[in-house]
Ligand binder design. Structure first.
Ligand SMILES: Cc1cc2nc3c(=O)[nH]c(=O)nc-3n(C[C@H](O)[C@H](O)[C@H](O)COP(=O)(O)O)c2cc1C
Length: 195
């Protein structure tokens, strides 16, 4: 598959089979991710790979962090917190985290000023896109997800990430268990000014 074809045919996948992904394949994807452009060669991306039981530990940490943190910006998270004692809600969190055999949480390190921090975040997002495309090339499905609890102190401590690092994405990865979804894009012609 060439790069243009990979970009055009990649699609977010929400349902995965239970088939594990080999460590070698995960490493090959990460090896492609780090070839993203980055200003000043700061290489700001940090990856945390969770497979098997480490995902259960993450669920426990998220639940305890949400309970101790008070009010959240996200309505969904507030609902989740109020009802975390309810086993159905805990199952919801569990189902999300364990929806794929591999979860790669990506963070971006800050720079020594806001401009560099912003550039670093952009570079980390470029690394994520590389990761998604590499996975697609190797026959794996992915979805880039976000949730505010990944930016919390307990989760970062568990993942070995400095508190100042910024969460960029939670990448679910595995073999697809769904049919091709219809994807749409507005033509570039509508969003481009030629001067
Ligand atoms: C920064 C970012 C955050 C995202 N967060 C979520 C998310 O939390 N949940 C979700 O279902 N999809 C999430 N997505 C995936 C988008 O919904 C998906 O890319 C979009 O629907 C386009 O579909 P495609 O990836 O198949 O082209 C996110 C994508 C990006 C780039």
């Amino acid at each position: 598959m060439n790069s243009i074809e990979a970009i055009r045919t990649r699609a977010s996948i929400k349902k995965f089979t239970d088939q594990p992904v080999s460590k070698d394949l995960i490493e090959q994807c990460l090896d492609v991710a780090v070839w993203a452009p980055n200003h000043r060669m700061t290489e700001p991306w940090r990856f945390c790979v969770l497979i098997e039981e480490s995902r259960d530990r993450l669920i426990e940490i998220i639940a305890s962090q949400l309970k101790s943190a008070g009010h959240h910006e996200s309505h969904f998270v507030n609902q989740l917190v109020t009802s975390l004692t309810n086993s159905v809600e805990t199952d919801r969190l569990k189902n999300k985290i364990k929806s794929s055999p591999v979860l790669i949480v990506v963070y971006s390190l800050p720079g020594n000023n806001p401009v560099v921090t912003k550039e670093n975040f952009a570079a980390s997002c470029a690394a994520i896109q590389n990761l998604l495309l590499a996975a697609h090339h190797f026959g794996l499905g992915t979805i880039w997800r976000t949730a505010e609890y990944y930016d919390g102190p307990k989760v970062k401590e568990f993942l070995g990430i400095p508190e100042q690092a910024e969460f960029a994405g939670a990448i679910h990865m595995g073999y697809s268990n769904q049919s091709q979804t219809e994807r749409k894009r507005t033509s570039y012609a509508k969003v481009t000014n030629w001067l």
